[in-house]
Design a protein around this ligand. Structure first.
Ligand SMILES: *Cc1c(COP(=O)(O)O)cnc(C)c1O
Length: 346
């Protein structure tokens, strides 16, 4: 099987830069970003302050580093951070929250979302010295492990207002904020407005080979800059990456709606198979998470069988699979993947 034959639904990070994106990257003017002299990075950061409605923005090599830097900027060691169940921060950053920021995470809610009432109940009282101080609420939108669900914006507004009133900071892990925007019709600025600090990634649905970004007040971004350097993430001629990001914003953002349609097609086909449990109301963007119950085989078995038929998916738990649609899988390929998976689940 050649590279091109695989239908790779493991993640939207597997996309490869298109020839046009590569050309834009090759042509990008660059400079030393540590001197603030990379014109393409500066252009991207400027554009993102407008797009996210914040004073300042900072390019970072990865979304994980953006999240880690955000925790360092907004908390102190020993603090507690409220997050959703199965948040990226707790499940996919290899313990970084504890190692880098020294914080503990408190997962609340269900299915990747939570309410202001649940936040209210989770905030530990400040007057008792036995409790860790709750100092940050982190929302993931869209939610990776919980099937790409969009965090309800009216609830995010309520939660951030409550946090502010209780002296807590707020952070939006918006690695896939573009998908949330396309799914809801709300602008990225609107989705970001309630939060002190926002992270976005260019290496997912937008198809760039790397790069993330933090946006917030000038003061917070200045501190983020120091922590980026401290974590070893301050780079030099990264305009090459920023050019990929700019190209993705211009050419791959609107088409995310196709990915969402493809994910729904796949999810609905799977939902009809015996032993498949899938919450179609949570399937709002480009991620299909489904659970396998007997008589269906377990996740490792289905993943191995699918691989033999040229379809790559991820087992994210013993009986849970994640499939992600993206730029590099066309509708016909998603249809083929759906029929192969349905055959294997017969
Ligand atoms: C992918 C992702 C990140 C960042 O991951 P990197 O692989 O480090 O770029 C952060 N948050 C969420 C929700 C993600 O899905």
């Amino acid at each position: 099987m050649t590279d091109q034959d695989w239908i790779d639904l493991r993640s939207d990070t597997v996309t490869r830069p298109t020839p046009a994106m590569r050309a834009a990257m090759a042509a990008a003017p660059v400079g030393d970003d540590q001197y603030g002299e990379d014109p393409t990075v500066n252009l991207l950061q400027q554009r993102m302050t407008e797009m996210l409605g914040k004073e300042a923005a900072l390019w970072l090599p990865t979304g994980t580093m953006a999240n880690q830097v955000a925790l360092r900027v907004l908390t102190r060691p020993g603090d507690e951070v409220i997050t959703s169940r199965e948040a990226h921060a707790g499940w996919h950053e290899t313990g970084g929250s504890a190692a880098n920021a020294g914080v503990q995470l408190h997962e609340i809610g269900q299915g990747g979302v939570f309410t202001a009432e649940e936040v209210q109940a989770a905030i530990k009282p400040r007057d008792l010295p036995v409790f860790p101080p709750t100092t940050l609420v982190e929302i993931e939108n869209t939610h990776n492990r919980c099937g790409g669900i969009v965090f309800p914006q009216d609830e995010a507004v309520k939660i951030c207002a409550l946090a502010r009133a209780r002296g807590l900071a707020t952070f939006l892990d918006g690695a896939r904020l573009w998908n949330a925007s396309v799914a809801t019709g709300l602008s990225e600025a609107k989705l970001s407005a309630p939060f002190d600090l926002v992270a976005v990634s260019f290496s997912k649905g937008l198809g760039a080979p790397g790069g993330s970004l933090l946006a917030g007040s000038r003061e917070l971004i200045q501190r983020a800059n120091r922590h980026r350097r401290m974590l070893g993430g301050a780079m030099r001629q990264v305009g090459i990456f920023a050019a990929g990001a700019l190209h993705g914003l211009d050419h791959h953002r609107e088409r995310l709606a196709d990915d969402h349609r493809h994910a729904r097609l796949l999810g609905e086909a799977l939902a009809a198979r015996p032993g498949v449990r899938i919450d179609l109301t949570a399937l709002q963007t480009n991620i299909v998470v489904f659970h396998l119950e007997p008589p269906a085989q377990d996740a490792a078995t289905l993943t191995a069988q699918a691989r033999e038929r040229g379809v790559l998916i991820n087992a994210i738990a013993a009986r849970t699979i994640r499939a992600v649609t993206h730029l590099d899988v066309a509708r016909e390929q998603v249809e083929r993947a759906a029929s192969i998976l349905c055959e294997l689940l017969a």
